[in-house]
Design a protein around this ligand. Structure first.
Ligand code: CUA
Length: 188
């Protein structure tokens, strides 16, 4: 084989390898672009937490967010859930009870317009959008009292819209929660 033919053969090998890698890289890029498009479309019109819908028109009549089911519950497996409804211009319940140092899952929705809340200076913070259930789980490390203001402008009464959050020492919370009812610290 002459030098020229050998050079030609190795060039063909190089070209074939380059073409193979070009296809592989092209396929990887295509997969990434398809993933971006699908996730982008899927999440485009959704609120910032998980997507779970609820009928805002019948909230007060049936289902999870009827008034008697709002507040804090302790499940037999130890899970703490707080259910809250936001409306112009208050939260129901007005005063929430949560335990110190235990994971607490919030489930919130709105009856009318977009609201939001943040619990004091903690990271418990979400928008509350009518038709959707906002959920997040957080742990309050210290017992104490927090204000929970609405932080999305929702109308003329926005600045007067807030609730209170009492973080109780774990034992005190468990003693109160054992009764199985919906806990809150609203004065009766
Ligand atoms: Cu509700 Cu601002």
């Amino acid at each position: 084989m002459s030098d020229g033919a050998a050079a030609h053969a190795s060039e063909l090998v190089a070209v074939a390898a380059e073409r193979r890698w070009a296809w592989i890289v092209g396929a990887i890029i295509a997969v990434i672009v398809v993933m971006m498009v699908i996730t982008g479309l899927h999440w485009a019109s959704m609120p910032p937490s998980r997507v779970e819908t609820v009928d805002a028109k019948t909230l007060h009549l049936r289902g999870e967010f009827v008034e008697s089911n709002l507040g804090t519950t302790l499940a037999p497996d130890g899970k703490v859930t707080v259910r809250v409804v936001a409306q112009q211009y208050s939260f129901v319940p007005q005063c929430l009870v949560v335990p110190e140092g235990m994971p607490v899952t919030f489930r919130a929705t709105a009856t009318d317009v977009i609201h939001g809340f943040v619990v004091g200076t903690t990271n418990a913070n979400t928008m509350v959008v009518p038709g959707f259930v906002a959920t997040f789980t957080t742990t309050f490390p210290k017992a104490g009292e927090h204000l929970m203001p609405c932080h999305e402008y929702c109308g003329t009464g926005h600045e007067a819209m807030w609730a209170h959050v009492q973080v109780l020492p774990r034992d005190e919370f468990l003693a109160r929660a054992r009764s199985g009812e919906r806990l809150s610290c609203v004065a009766r």
